[in-house]
Design a protein around this ligand. Structure first.
Ligand SMILES: NC(=O)c1ccc[n+]([C@@H]2O[C@H](COP(=O)([O-])OP(=O)(O)OC[C@H]3O[C@@H](n4cnc5c(N)ncnc54)[C@H](O)[C@@H]3O)[C@@H](O)[C@H]2O)c1
Length: 340
């Protein structure tokens, strides 16, 4: 079988740490193009991996005609680049949040459908070993139903991550649209939907810009969620956890509790009401400082190779996005918001 010809649009940090190295070692992939308006970023990868460098993704799509595209741009471009790539006949792996509005997400899904290509969203939290283990335990049924939960994602902010540091698009509202909620909150809305095999029915939230200077995007959010099953829990996103960053989830269930990512040595701990304690060393959660293979890129490639729709479809990404959009609506209206 000939290799899948992949182009990467946006050559910043997520491309550097995950997309490009994971494609580079995938035996089914040939990296054929890199795109970034800061051309030397694209040129650096083309020199390293072969393929061509472009400043303009539209030119790349028409000249290179890639089989698949990773969309790793600032948030406001996700929808347009994904739609143009799908219309050019390419499968699309788009970073989270998949879009900035529900209308954009719907248009992306439709473009993929109309062109017969896959659209996958890079919700890599699902592939982290502690979360895979947690899902397996929940599906075994020994904890019973999840009754309440908390899920939280916080770090010191994108100035320590983005290729442009403090000058990053992450802090410019027209390009980011959302701050910590789009960066971190959407990871957790996706995780909790997937872990619980449930949908969010209602959201109430407080969202603010508490400490980052010179920006009006949110740097902190605390939300209360009611799931369709009736489970109630909290979701927290923060860019101001300068010490003690958090990427953890606790699920209190009928038969006990599961701690995920609360202990550095035992990443998943189950304590049952009958006194049994189970501890699992399954490998750490990825952090900005310590990158591990995301699994997302391999899953995307596998779905193309095996002609099987990806697990994290556009519809999945859209539902996870809509939780965050509802949280913003709650903040602006002072009411809780019901989701369909
Ligand atoms: N899945 C994850 O865990 C995760 C982690 C971090 C970031 N992300 C997502 O990845 C995306 C990119 O974030 P990042 O951290 O790499 O940001 P970054 O600031 O490090 O890099 C963004 C890059 O996009 C380039 N760019 C801007 N306009 C462009 C255009 N028109 N065409 C092509 N490239 C363009 C910029 O020049 C820059 O090089 C964001 O949507 C972010 O939410 C996901």
């Amino acid at each position: 079988m000939s290799k899948i010809r992949v182009a990467v649009v946006g050559c910043g940090s997520i491309s550097k740490h995950r997309h490009i190295p994971e494609y580079a070692v995938n035996p089914h992939v040939e990296l054929v193009a890199f795109v970034d308006p800061v051309l030397e970023r694209a040129e650096g990868y083309a020199a390293q991996h072969g393929g061509k460098a472009y400043a303009d993704y539209k030119q790349m799509l028409s000249e290179v005609k890639p089989d698949a595209v990773s969309v790793c741009t600032p948030n406001y471009l996700h929808a347009q680049v994904s739609i143009d790539a799908a219309n050019a006949g390419a499968h699309v792996l788009v970073e989270k949040p998949m879009a900035t509005t529900d209308e954009e997400a719907a248009a992306m899904i439709e473009a993929a459908r109309n062109n017969g290509v896959y659209l996958m969203v890079g919700h890599n939290q699902r592939y982290m070993p502690p979360h895979q283990k947690a899902k397996e335990i929940l599906e075994s049924g020994r904890l019973g139903k999840v009754l309440t939960f908390r899920t939280s994602f916080g770090h010191a902010g994108p100035e320590g991550w983005s290729i442009d540091k403090r000058e990053s698009w992450f802090f410019r509202k027209p390009e980011a649209i959302m701050g910590a909620m789009g960066d971190l909150g959407v990871h957790k809305s996706d995780l909790i939907r997937w872990l619980l095999s449930d949908e969010v029915a209602e959201v109430a939230s407080f969202i603010g810009t508490l400490h980052k200077e010179g920006t009006d995007v949110d740097d902190n959010a605390a939300c209360v969620l009611r799931m369709k099953s009736g489970a109630i829990g909290t979701l927290v996103a923060s860019w101001t956890q300068y010490k003690g960053g958090d990427n953890s989830t606790v699920l209190w269930c009928e038969n006990g509790v599961m701690y995920i990512g609360t202990d550095p040595d035992d990443q998943v701990i189950v304590e049952l009401r009958n006194g049994t304690v189970e501890k699992y060393k399954v490998g750490a959660m990825a952090t900005n400082e310590k990158q591990t293979f995301s699994g997302v890129i391999d899953a995307f490639v596998e779905s193309i190779v095996t002609k099987t729709p990806p697990l994290i479809t556009g519809e999945e990404g859209r539902r996870s996005l809509n939780v965050i959009l509802a949280a913003f609506e709650s903040q602006s209206t002072g009411r809780s918001i019901k989701l369909n």
